[in-house]
Design a protein around this ligand. Structure first.
Ligand SMILES: Nc1ccn([C@@H]2O[C@H](COP(=O)(O)OP(=O)(O)OP(=O)(O)O)[C@@H](O)[C@H]2O)c(=O)n1
Ligand SMILES: C[C@](O)(CO)[C@H](O)COP(=O)(O)O
Length: 232
């Protein structure tokens, strides 16, 4: 059985407002992307890793991250696309002999081996699984004018993270259908399965620390999380 991780690092990081793309910013001297790849490299559940990055960064990723940190499982560094889902599609096309694929944001440096193990059990059982955490806030759905329309039951609201894990053939065929029909407003891979695939997506517990570095304050938070992890 082959399990491949696709690590996404082709975003522009507009919300970070930094000259350097957020996946390459340093946390305690190492790029964010280093941490996101490391866990998959260490995990005995993962066989191969595909990194997706911008055309201008492919050589940089190979030279400054894959080679110096000795990532042995990285089989390819490929060019991504305009939107996250375009990059995922490029990553899926680059997978070889893959049974299960773990799609992960390169901007989420605190994925753990336990999460990978939990996700793998769930995907073997049902073919599709995403990690998430119960929402701590009440969530409102609004209308186009910004007035509250409804309030979902909080006990059933989850904040979704990555990795998002799928049977390779099922998610690839869902992505192919979505591409043919013209994807719009797709913000995660589970949505592709929900709208174009045939499997129900199981939710498994991630962790509140499994943050996505998105805005400048997330860098400070990431440094704090890293310090705590190093003390443990
Ligand atoms: N065209 C894209 C867009 C996003 N990503 C990746 O998908 C992950 C989650 O996306 P997000 O946080 O939205 O990253 P950006 O698109 O870079 O951020 P922003 O929306 O602020 O520009 C990141 O690891 C990012 O590098 C990608 O590989 N290709
Ligand atoms: C996939 C994701 O990380 C789940 O939270 C998220 O949807 C990525 O979305 P973004 O719009 O690219 O931040």
């Amino acid at each position: 059985m082959n399990c491949t991780a696709i690590v996404l690092a082709a975003g522009q990081g507009k919300r970070m407002k930094s000259k350097i793309q957020k996946q390459f910013l340093l946390l305690k001297g190492k790029p964010v992307l280093f941490y996101s790849i490391s866990c998959f490299e260490k995990s005995s559940e993962i066989d191969d890793i595909i990194i997706v990055t911008g055309a201008e960064s492919v050589e940089y990723v190979k030279r400054e991250i894959v080679e110096p940190f000795g990532f042995q499982k990285v089989k390819a560094v490929v060019t991504g696309g305009k939107e996250r889902y375009d990059s995922v599609y490029e990553g899926l096309k680059a997978c070889q002999n893959c049974d299960y694929v773990f799609i992960h944001d390169g901007a989420r440096p605190f994925v753990t081996e336990e999460m990978i193990e939990r996700g793998k059990k769930a995907v073997i059982a049902g073919g599709a699984c995403v990690l998430g955490v119960p929402s701590k806030d009440t969530v409102k759905i609004t209308d186009e004018e910004g007035f509250v329309e409804s309030t979902p039951k909080r006990a059933r609201v989850w904040n979704i993270q990555t990795p998002q894990i799928f049977s390779y053939t099922e998610i690839y065929s869902a992505y192919q259908k979505a591409k043919q029909e013209g994807m719009q407003g797709i913000t995660d891979d589970a949505m592709v399965m929900e709208q174009y695939g045939s499997l129900k997506v199981k939710l498994e517990e991630g962790a509140y620390d499994n943050i996505k570095i998105t805005t400048p304050e997330d860098i400070l938070l990431a440094e704090q999380i890293l310090e705590t992890l190093e003390e443990e």
